[in-house]
Design a protein around this ligand. Structure first.
Ligand SMILES: [Zn+2]
Length: 345
């Protein structure tokens, strides 16, 4: 087991390990399969965090820390169990990371620390054979590692706001960005899973469908329609309902047949009207801008390419109120943008 080469400061904390049958050992008792990101509640450096975790009276530590300046510190080696998440079960399987943050809600993290955290998480996944990060907004799924969920948060185990709403609300994005870097592919059903299509119906973009039992979600976002082996990407999934966006190949045509073993159409789409549209989180857009920003109030333009994207956050008070994430196909937007730079897809 190795540690991250991104570390530039090490100060091992005595607050680590497990005491089993009165014998203390520093090692973790389980293989690493989970990432737990915390907020420090302070824009501190990796050295300061080292001081915080140094006294035994503190009874706390983390495997890694990310300073406000993007530096990465290590306080408990990966092979050892940190005392970070108020749960021995979690900390024995998780790599815990404290990220410098504001001291008040939403405990925002600055761009440098956020970027360094993404690098660190990617490195941890690569070295530990975590092929894909899976986040869920469902506490039960997180705590019980259901559906492959392998990101947990401190607030599930203790009466705390950690990791703060700023980071909590970005966990989906963190997973998406790390997975992009890992080259994680979305799950492709195996041959045995492929049912024989039964021809009875068709779906088009905007239709609401009911997902019948047995249907396989794909990255939480898509439903297999089994139209010439093309899957349908769902725009919104809520319970067993989903809104169809497009077929996997991006061709937005009406497709027929669908496999009614897995889907049934609940309501057909009405024609969307551009003028009446109020952008919402989850909406797909055509991004025509050339720059994005790392935070909604940043003045630093970062070049990017236009194309198909999705709104993942809206912050109306920001200078650049819309956070877009590209949907591939050459588009590279991944940040905050102005309202004038996109239209409804
Ligand atoms: Zn925490």
């Amino acid at each position: 087991m190795s540690n991250s080469p991104l570390v530039s400061y090490t100060r091992i904390s005595p607050n680590r390990g497990n005491t089993i049958n009165k014998v203390w050992k520093p090692e973790r008792t389980r293989a690493i399969d989970t990432i737990t990101i915390h907020c420090v509640v302070g824009q501190c450096s990796v050295e300061t965090l080292g001081n915080v975790f140094a006294p035994t009276s503190r009874q706390a530590s983390s495997n890694y820390g990310v300073g406000y300046d993007g530096k990465i510190g290590m306080y408990v080696e990966e092979k050892d169990r940190s005392w970070c998440t108020s749960s021995a079960a979690n900390d024995n399987r998780a790599i815990t990371i404290e990220v410098a943050s504001d001291t008040k809600h939403p405990y925002a993290v600055n761009d440098k620390a956020y970027a360094a955290m993404l690098d660190l998480v990617t490195d941890i996944c690569r070295r530990n054979g975590i092929k894909k990060l899976v986040w869920s907004t469902d506490k039960n799924k997180r705590m019980n590692h259901l559906d492959g969920c392998n990101m947990t948060v401190h607030r599930d185990y203790a009466n705390k706001s950690c990791p703060g709403d700023y980071l909590y609300n970005r966990h989906g994005e963190i997973a998406a960005e790390v997975n992009k870097r890992l080259g994680a592919t979305v799950d492709t059903p195996t041959k045995e899973d492929k049912p024989t299509p039964s021809v009875t119906s068709s779906v088009k973009a905007g239709d609401t469908v009911k997902i019948l039992s047995g249907a396989t979600y794909y990255n939480g976002k898509a439903i297999p329609g089994w139209v010439k082996n093309k899957k349908w990407i769902a725009r919104e999934v809520s319970g067993d309902r989903a809104v169809i966006d497009k077929s996997e190949d991006g061709k937005n045509a009406i497709c027929s047949p669908i496999n009614t073993k897995y889907l049934s159409v609940v309501s057909a789409a009405s024609t969307p009207s551009q003028s009446a549209w109020t952008p919402q989180v989850g909406d797909y857009v055509s991004f025509t801008g050339k720059v994005h920003y790392a935070s909604s109030n940043s003045d630093r333009e970062v070049s990017c390419k236009g194309g198909k994207a999705k709104i993942t956050q809206i912050y109306t008070k920001g200078k650049h109120p819309y956070h877009l994430v590209n949907m591939g196909g050459g588009c590279t937007v991944y940040g905050w943008v102005d309202r004038s730079t996109f239209t409804k897809a």
